[in-house]
Design a protein around this ligand. Structure first.
Ligand code: PHE
Length: 341
């Protein structure tokens, strides 16, 4: 009888079911009312009294171990099916929803602005964020000691005055002129860096889109018409523009372009500081010195350039009051743009 008990114990230890059904079958065969353990109990009734103590202990041990082993195997089977993807017990249960991400408002606005110019025949050009002095300043007619360099507080890399973070994406326009022959029509989106104090209206990192159009006989009137088309597409059909004389080393003449305030319709409000106008970009005719520095014949070709801040355009279009929101990535802010564009 001892042998019988030990053999059964060994079978219990070695049993390895492939499915829950197989395990259940095994459980009934061993522990069930008419199972093998029961047979042993029946046989136990007839053993000699002096053997009862020892055999009784063995049978008890077998029973506890069999129960233990069966629940161990059950646990193993469950975790194995969960790993393999589990079994579907309720086909009507809704699936797990994967929340969809959305584009950042800066990307949305950048894509929209580039799209408008692409429809006018412009292509998109990009360039490095770490630049050299030539592409950011010198080729753009900033003489070495010219006070215009102070207009843009620059981050230099490792105290080397030649290597810096670009302060505007005009550097991409220089690279385009150096490598392409006119006619040139490009828009240059990108991140730019200026050493400025961070506030609701300024940040040391922001995004720009600049544009460049070079061909024979390009005039100031062409620029005005292109920019008017752009603002009407972006801010709405009724938008008006106004050009004020300004100064940039790389354009002559230069202008600052304002649009009629789309919030108060020009009547005057807090956003336009009661002027009815909002400043949105700098522009002008490319200075002949810049064309020559980039290897373009300034007697044959002329062109215009413009540049605007993407955050500013987005703030004006969507009524965002604090520029810092674009960098904080608070999903309560970002979710408001889920369905935009
Ligand atoms: N580069 C100027 C800036 O960063 C913008 C600009 C571009 C102005 C082209 C005129 C012409 O402010």
């Amino acid at each position: 009888m001892t042998e019988k008990i030990e053999r059964l114990l060994q079978r219990v230890e070695e049993f390895s079911p492939r499915s829950a059904a197989e395990l259940e079958e095994f459980r009934i065969r061993i522990l069930g009312r008419k199972g093998e353990l029961n047979d042993i109990m029946e046989e136990f009734k007839g053993v000699a009294p002096e053997l009862k103590r020892e055999l009784g202990q063995r049978i008890n041990k077998l029973k506890t171990r069999a129960q233990e082993r069966i629940s161990e195997l059950k646990g193993e089977l469950e975790s194995r099916t969960a790993e393999e993807g589990g079994t579907i017990d309720d086909m009507t249960r809704p699936g797990d929803c994967q929340p969809l991400g959305s584009r950042h408002p800066i990307s949305l606005v950048r894509n929209e602005i580039c799209g408008i110019f692409e429809r006018l025949g412009y292509t998109v050009a990009e360039g490095p964020e770490i630049e050299d002095d030539w592409h950011v300043f010198s080729a753009l007619n900033f003489p070495p000691e010219h006070p215009a360099r102070d207009m843009q507080d620059t981050f230099f890399i490792e105290k080397n005055p030649d290597i810096l973070l670009r302060t505007h994406t005009s550097s991409i326009q220089v690279r385009t002129m150096e490598t392409h022959k006119p006619p040139i029509r490009v828009v240059c989106p990108g991140r730019v860096f200026r050493n400025e104090a961070i506030s609701y209206r300024a940040h040391c990192i922001f995004h720009q889109i600049e544009g460049l159009y070079i061909d024979e006989n390009v005039s100031f009137a062409d620029m005005k018409q292109s920019l008017l088309y752009f603002v009407r597409e972006f801010f709405g059909e009724d938008t008006k523009i106004r050009l004020r004389p300004s100064y940039f080393p790389f354009t002559e003449p230069s202008a600052e372009m304002d649009i009629s305030c789309n919030l108060c319709g020009g009547k005057g409000c807090n956003v336009c500081k009661h002027t009815g106008w909002l400043e949105i970009m700098g522009c002008g005719m490319v200075d002949p010195n810049v064309l020559e520095a980039c290897g373009i014949d300034s007697n044959k070709y002329s062109g215009f350039a413009f540049g605007m801040g993407v955050e500013r355009c987005s703030m004006l279009k969507y009524g965002v009051k604090d520029l810092r929101l674009y960098f904080e990535n608070d999903v309560r802010f970002l979710h408001q743009f889920d369905t935009a564009i």
